[in-house]
Design a protein around this ligand. Sequence first.
Ligand code: ADP
Ligand code: MG
Length: 224
Amino acid sequence: MLSARGIVKRFSGFSLEVPSLSVLPGSCLTVIGPSGAGKTTLLKLLAGLEQPDQGSIVRGGGAVYLSQQPLLLERNVLQNAVFGLVLQKAPKRDALDRVLPLLERVGLGEKLWQPAHKLSGGEQVRLSFVRALSLRPKILLLDEPTASLDPGNVAGLEAFLREANQQGTTLVIVTHNFFQARRLGKRSLFMLGGRLVEEGPTETLFTSPQDARTKAYLSGEMVY
Ligand code: ADP
Ligand code: MG
């Protein structure tokens, strides 16, 4: 279970309020909403990277947050890929056994010794994705994970996410891609101005939204 109750988070000129939000174990919640709605702040709170001013969050297992901009070390691809497992003090052999097939699968198998900073933007995203998945987290929070990927890599990454989800990883995915939100989400959430406007089964939210603001956003009327 991943749940938030009575959350308030204030910045100057912005506040996020989450009276109640629950994501069932093994479920997938997709989060949509315009820039500045508070999506990243919500993910960071759920991940424990930001603390709420009020309220509480319950996590039924370790959470990994994958940020919008890949955060890579000034090291080679392989060193970056194993870094999470190294921090967890996994034996080197086990770390390699886990990471090498993942790197192969995202097309980085031939680039193990290249400096991570010389990779293309899309390759950097795939590398940070490998590092996150290698930890086999109970909860994976992804912030616009495919924004800089070409269609083939979007499909590849979505397949990965679906598998992780089937193996029990709880997913929360922020995306501006409505199609992706519908493909991956069991439930979906529309945020606006730091508020949860509407949350429900994905197909219901996209085909018969209840709130006029959700309707407007989905039809492209609400542009910020
Ligand atoms: P989104 O991801 O939906 O685009 P964010 O959660 O990044 O939205 O930001 C929501 C609002 O909170 C924005 O107005 C942003 O400027 C503000 N904000 C986010 N983080 C901070 C921070 N660390 N300090 C001050 N303001 C912040
Ligand atoms: Mg954001």
